[in-house]
Write a protein that binds this ligand. Structure first.
Ligand code: BGC
Length: 810
């Protein structure tokens, strides 16, 4: 069943049934100010950091679902409703939500009254704009009361939801005309406030939640809306809110519109007050003045559209499959931007207070983003590297606001450092910017121990070599990619974190997955060294890599597939010898991507085993058979009921690794078959089963052992975005940046005869046509550049602004 449709021309997903299986959200904001917005106008805003600078409240796990947000209330005689249906849930005559790139438009109609909300965050300004347009579509005069409403968060979202003995007394506001200033804690150590304004005079307002909702009121029936007027309340402590009220008399066909803005403002400390206790509003006024007319609103929206036009034009594909086109050209790329911005911090499943930026997560997110805004990728790489520890290890997470490693979780996730090599290499291939390696970057955010970025890569590489176990495979530490495979944890007490309990440096437990990573990204590291002319070291690195590849085949091969790990007692994990968890997806994907066993037959065997034991109609499960009991020696992975999350759920993140592996083996048909299984746009027709947004990947789909097989969870913030983008564009469509140019080596279904790609690469637009006259799945017969045949290998543009490339497969 569908709840909407794709509008590819407008690059929108159009929802026409408000009862989506879950809130279907969009992300507004592309730099510092962000808003999560659901199809019924639920959500919240924050500045840079969803924990430390939360601007509005959101109650996760609430009932009814998704009640906090940016709702507009309409009182039309005695009927109260919202254009987005929530929170009142009064049935609408018509409804549509268009989620676009960085904006959403929600339009509800009832009793011949149309109310439209157009919401976006403009480029380079810290403000959420919401233009509300009310039209009397009937033939009679209408008297309508319109209300805006937001509930402020007292900045630190954690404190806000727990430290009530203090924060019920701290709330403060000021009101000037239609502008409501939320200034809690500004009197002491903060120099920022929020402003919630309207570009028209209000008839009344509220800043106290008790006044607007009623002490025992609810968002479904706010007291002020029932009364038809707010109480002009000034909040003193408790719950500061912002509400505007407009009393409208509308003739038939008459329209009223108002721009409502929610801004975040920082004031230089020396200028904080203009009079005792009175905040300096100059910066807010400047901001409001930039968005106080319809022309300004429209121009801001146009700038946003131009921004996305430019970004998406950097990689455009035309195949005869509309779903593939819309994923590559629009939604997958869009999600890559969102994951780049958010890492795993704020979604409808990530509360924004739990995690900041993940080290490995952010490195991987870059893989799908680097071609869009390489300068931002550069900055991110340097930020991430600055949290690396001197021994080459890494903090697992850092806070986006402070950019400091998070010592609560610390380090010891032994795959983390290698991801730094992965993203730096991808960045250099994309940009040719070798200078980045000379940038001085702190270790542990300490400038006294700064070193060039190349030294960071060196320590990443050596970290693995310095932490080998009894089989000469890398020690796993607290976990590798799979945060839930905790082989040194042994937690017996509820509530203990599986990630930070137990000794991280267990001297025995080893990861075959990290070994695969070391081979894959170690090769990249050696190529970098070679390119820099550091030949001795490059050779030594290559030797270490080849040694590891041999070790994987020797100690990490189970006969029909790659082993997953050795536990703290040296027992095999992911082996046919195990009673459950006999085979895992991760090492199959990573080892084959590293090229291990490709020539000698193990890779093919492993892929056959994946097909036989892990494949399902909704994708490849993480392991099989699922663990049915909790196992001390394995940790969190066995804590989940069978079929969910890391315990045999379909982790969309590592499905593309298998797809990559299939393309390495030349299997284009199989690669595409697998691609379709987890691709949300291919699942649109079964939204009642899949439940999450058909335009965004989710982290996990319930596996075959789960009672809810096929149900998606944790949409948006997942490495799936970057990996599926990369596997489709590089692995299948075959366009891969290399140090000296762009390479084209497709692996596609045999019945694809032709496709075209426009790819911006280092200031040259490559117009590429791939033809497949013989119906092969892989193999390039010839390449022509501007009509002239060129040798196989990287295609250089020699400074041209555009080139035509024709690739004939065969
Ligand atoms: C984490 C990743 C991790 C994955 C698998 C995600 O929630 O963000 O870092 O690799 O789960 O455990």
């Amino acid at each position: 069943m569908k709840y909407g449709h794709f509008d590819d021309l407008k690059r929108e997903y159009v929802i026409d049934n408000y009862r989506t299986p879950l809130p279907w959200i969009n992300y507004l904001g592309s730099d510092s100010f962000f808003t999560l917005l659901s199809n019924t106008a639920g959500g919240y805003s924050f500045y840079k950091d969803a924990r430390l600078r939360r601007i509005t409240r959101y109650r996760y796990n609430n009932l009814p679902l998704d009640q906090d947000g940016f709702h507009i209330y309409v009182k039309d005689n005695d009927i109260i409703w919202n254009p987005g249906w929530q929170p009142v849930q009064e049935e609408l005559d018509e409804y549509q939500c268009r989620h676009g790139l960085g904006y959403s438009v929600i339009n509800g109609k009832k009793n011949k009254l149309s109310v439209k909300q157009e919401l976006y965050v403009p480029m380079n300004d810290n403000i959420l704009l919401d233009r509300v347009t009310v039209t009397n579509e009937g033939n009679e005069d209408k008297t309508v009361d319109l209300f805006s409403f937001v509930e402020f968060c007292l900045w630190d979202a954690m404190d806000d939801s727990s430290n009530f003995q203090r924060n019920y007394s701290t709330g403060e506001v000021e009101v000037v005309g239609s502008a409501i200033y939320h200034k809690t804690e500004y009197r002491e150590r903060r120099n920022h406030y929020a402003v919630f304004y309207a570009n028209r005079p209000v008839d009344s307002f509220d800043t106290s939640r008790d006044s607007f909702m009623g002490v025992y009121g609810s968002p479904r029936q706010p007291q002020a809306v029932v009364n038809g007027s707010c109480g002009n309340s000034i909040a003193h402590g408790w719950q500061p809110v912002g509400a505007h009220h407009f009393h409208l008399e509308l003739k038939p066909q008459e329209t009223f519109s108002v721009i409502i803005g929610l801004g975040y403002v920082e004031v230089p400390v020396a200028e904080k007050f203009v009079a005792p206790g009175v905040i300096n509003k100059k910066y807010a006024e400047d901001l409001m003045n930039r968005y106080s007319s319809d022309e300004q609103f429209d121009e801001g929206m146009n700038r946003l559209r131009r921004f996305w036009d430019e970004l998406l034009s950097r990689f455009e594909v035309r195949t005869d499959n509309d779903v593939v086109n819309r994923m590559v050209n629009i939604w997958n790329a869009y999600q890559c931007m969102v994951t780049f911005n958010m890492s795993r911090s704020a979604s409808y499943y990530e509360s924004g207070i739990g995690r900041g930026m993940g080290f490995r997560d952010s490195c991987q997110d870059l893989l799908g983003f680097v071609h869009m805004i390489p300068e931002r990728a550069r900055e991110r790489i340097l930020d991430i590297a600055a949290t690396q520890k001197e021994d080459g290890g890494a903090y697992h997470q850092y806070q986006p606001l402070t950019k400091k490693g998070n010592s609560d979780i610390g380090g010891g996730f032994n795959d983390d450092p290698l991801w730094l090599i992965a993203c730096t290499d991808a960045y250099i291939r994309e940009t040719g910017d070798w200078d980045i390696l000379n940038e001085m970057v702190d270790f542990d955010n300490n400038p006294e121990v700064a070193a060039p970025l190349l030294e960071h890569l060196r320590r990443s590489f050596n970290y693995t070599l310095n932490n080998l176990g009894p089989n000469k495979l890398p020690l796993i530490g607290r976990a590798d990619w799979n945060d839930c495979l905790n082989l040194n944890c042994f937690s017996e007490h509820p509530g203990e974190s599986f990630q930070i309990t137990g000794p991280s440096e267990g001297p025995v437990a080893e990861s075959v997955f990290i070994a695969g990573m070391f081979v894959k990204y170690g090769r990249d590291y050696a190529s970098i060294l070679k390119h820099l002319g550091i030949n001795d070291e490059a050779e030594k690195a290559t030797e270490a890599v080849e040694r590891m590849a041999e070790t994987v085949l020797d100690k990490g091969w189970d006969g029909q597939w790659f082993l997953r790990a050795y536990d703290a007692f040296g027992q095999k994990i992911g082996s046919d010898e195990c009673d459950e968890g006999k085979i895992f997806i991760e090492p199959q994907g990573m080892c084959i991507m590293a090229g291990i066993g490709v020539e000698t037959g193990e890779a093919q065997k492993a892929l056959d085993s994946v097909k036989e034991r892990l494949d399902t109609k909704y994708g490849i499960v993480l392991l099989n058979p699922a663990y049915t009991t909790y196992r001390l020696n394995l940790g969190e992975i066995s804590s989940y009921p069978p079929g969910y999350k890391e315990n045999a759920g379909i982790f969309c993140h590592n499905n593309p690794w298998i797809i990559f592996a299939e393309t390495i083996m030349g299997h284009g048909d199989r690669a595409f078959e697998l691609y379709k299984k987890t691709c949300p746009a291919f699942l649109e027709d079964i939204s009642e089963i899949h439940r999450t947004e058909p335009y965004a990947y989710c982290q996990m789909v319930a596996g075959k052992d789960a009672p809810t097989f096929g149900e998606g969870k944790n949409s948006w913030l997942t490495g799936t975005a970057a990996w599926t983008f990369t596997v489709l564009t590089e692995g299948m469509l075959g366009i891969k940046p290399d140090y000296d140019g762009l390479t084209v080596d497709p692996c596609i279904p045999h019945d694809v005869r032709e496709y075209k790609i426009n790819r911006m690469f280092r200031n040259t637009m490559y117009h590429i046509t791939v033809k497949n006259p013989d119906g092969v799945e892989k193999g390039v017969k010839s390449i022509r550049v501007n009509g002239t045949e060129v040798p196989a290998g990287a295609i250089r543009a020699n400074g041209a602004s555009e080139i035509e490339v024709e690739v004939i497969m065969g």
